[in-house]
Design a protein around this ligand. Structure first.
Ligand code: GRF
Length: 218
């Protein structure tokens, strides 16, 4: 008897702009670095987002769900319905420039990831690279984290660091961080989809490290 392969985990990607992180995730799947996952739908809250045009021409299912003058909860309800319709297992915010309502976060508990271009908790919010330069840090990077009800705050899944060089401006620093973002997001999705972790307080703990700790006590 042959067993059917398990169905791939379905990703719902939310964007507002360029979409380079979405494209890096798609490339990770195409190249087999990110296995057991498929992109179910790409949703943009902006009709003119270059990323949604790229998604459309690459043949992905796309939706534009604009906020217009609507309340956040109403707009989010439409996005939640769309994600459900596409049977999404994991939501990936990739340059999605809107805060999520509490209802949205609760609809996908520990199932929403975001990527932020700084080493959180430093420099949350807008213009993280500019904030890092202005502060004078010599190391920065990116963070992939679960989304909770506070801005750029949930449990950290993975961080990658880059140096901040004396000659950097916000564009050169952003580009250096972005190249790490493109590696980090696929890695973080792989970690979460593996299910081999638990969350202890604010800490993401891989099961392998729990196994090692257990073995050392035996
Ligand atoms: C990235 O720097 C990401 O960290 C931040 O918004 C930017 C989106 O870039 N949240 P892109 O649209 O994925 O190219």
């Amino acid at each position: 008897m042959t067993h059917a392969a398990p169905r791939p985990h379905r990703l719902g990607i939310l964007i507002s702009g360029r979409g380079s992180n979405f494209l890096a995730i798609a490339e990770g799947i195409a190249q087999g670095r990110l296995t057991g996952a498929e992109i179910a739908v790409v949703i943009s809250n902006r009709r003119d987002a270059p990323g949604i045009a790229a998604a459309r021409s690459a043949g992905f299912a796309t939706e534009v769900i604009e906020a217009r003058a609507r309340q956040r909860a109403e707009h989010d309800a439409e996005i939640i319905a769309c994600l459900r319709e596409h049977q999404v297992d994991l939501v990936c915010l990739a340059g999605y420039m809107r805060l999520l309502s509490a209802e949205f976060v609760r609809a996908f508990p520990q199932r929403i990831l975001n990527i932020h271009p700084s080493l959180l908790p430093a420099f949350p919010g807008l213009d993280a690279q500019r904030q890092a330069l202005a502060y004078g840090v010599t190391v920065s990077g990116c963070t992939v984290h679960f989304v909770d009800e506070e801005l750029d705050h949930g449990v950290i899944v993975l961080q990658k660091t880059v140096p901040v060089l004396p000659e950097d401006d916000e564009h050169t620093l952003a580009a250096r961080i972005l190249s790490q973002e493109h590696v980090a997001y696929a890695e973080a999705i792989t970690r979460v989809l593996s299910g081999r972790y638990c969350v202890a307080g604010r800490r993401y703990v891989p099961i392998a490290s729990l196994d090692r700790a257990q073995a050392e006590t035996e």
